[in-house]
Design a protein around this ligand. Structure first.
Ligand code: NAD
Length: 281
């Protein structure tokens, strides 16, 4: 039987509408600042998307487009300025940064109370310790998709393919906190297929088109494809061979239209949370 397609666009619209209604009831608009260094086309397109999302949710939006030649000290100055601005609740530093800039130092400069993209070690530490804090947008979005489709990770075998700091590792932590039995796979995993076939919930975030074939999917599994790649024809695709995997899975996310829109909606939610906690963290 064909899988249930998990509709990320619909969930994102619902989350953004909830944010918009809550913002409407607030005394002041939450504010998000996006910092973009250089002219990376992907970053420019993300920036435009965030602007639209903020408009839809009634969130104040400010963008700092810095030239490629920006020095580390200039970047840190912008972040420090944003940390001190009362009208800004969330700071998002778009990646990739030009090679001469130190992203880790920049992340450390962001005040944790405004770290809506969860790049600061304090925010990540809170996540690992299960403390109340922001959750990284993409993994948190995956959890929301599971919740929306009433899929409880408790007692399930969960396999995460990818161990990056922004997706794989925090994803594994969130599944663990929800009582999943979690395996993390990566480039040194000897038999990826064997691990994936055991998964009741399979989250793919390797950034490799076609990596996950139907033969690696357990009958009835939940398959969440986080990756956003381009195929040979330049079309967007994930890691999963969608058509064949959809014949075997119980639930599956499309690319595009799966996790991507939910990630963006969670950023709006995190910005609202930052505004509600303003001055308390
Ligand atoms: P990354 O390159 O930092 O990490 C990829 C991970 O996958 C690595 O840990 C690596 O070990 C693992 N990997 C790579 N090839 C593998 C293989 N053949 N077998 C097993 N493991 C393998 O990437 P990232 O930043 O985590 O992003 C992953 C993908 O998710 C990308 O396609 C990216 O565009 C996408 N992404 C989507 C969203 C969203 O909103 N849906 C957000 C962020 C990233």
């Amino acid at each position: 039987m064909a899988a249930v397609v998990m509709d990320g666009k619909a969930l994102a619209a619902k989350i953004k509408e909830e944010v918009r209604l809550r913002v409407e009831g607030m005394g002041r608009k939450p504010g998000l600042a996006v910092v973009l260094v250089g002219e990376d086309p992907a970053a420019l397109s993300y920036e435009a998307g965030k602007r639209r999302d903020c408009q839809q949710c009634g969130i104040y939006y400010d963008t700092f487009r810095l030239p490629e030649s920006t020095t580390q000290e200039e970047l840190l100055d912008v972040i420090r300025l944003l940390n001190s601005r009362e009208d800004i609740d969330g700071i998002l530093l778009l990646l990739p940064l030009p090679k001469h800039l130190d992203g880790r130092e920049a992340a450390l400069a962001i005040c944790p109370g405004k770290d809506v993209d969860c790049v600061h070690p304090v925010t990540m530490g809170d996540l690992v310790l299960g403390m109340d804090s922001f959750r990284p947008c993409t993994p948190a979005g995956v959890m929301r998709l599971l919740e929306e489709y009433r899929i409880d990770p408790a007692g399930k075998r969960c396999v995460v393919v990818g161990r990056s700091n922004i997706v794989g590792k925090p994803q594994a932590m969130l599944l663990l906190q929800n009582h999943g039995t979690v395996t993390i796979c990566h480039t040194k995993t000897p038999d990826l297929g064997e691990e994936c076939r055991r998964a009741d919930i399979l989250v793919c975030a390797a950034g490799r088109p076609g990596l996950i074939t139907a033969g690696m999917v357990k009958e009835g599994a939940v398959v969440i494809d986080v990756s956003i790649n381009q195929d040979d024809q330049g079309r967007l695709c994930g890691d999963v061979d969608y058509d064949s995997a959809a014949e075997k899975a119980g639930y599956i996310t499309p690319v595009p239209g799966g996790t991507g829109p939910v990630t963006r909606a969670i950023l709006m939610e995190n910005t609202l949370t930052a505004a509600l906690l303003h001055g308390k963290r």
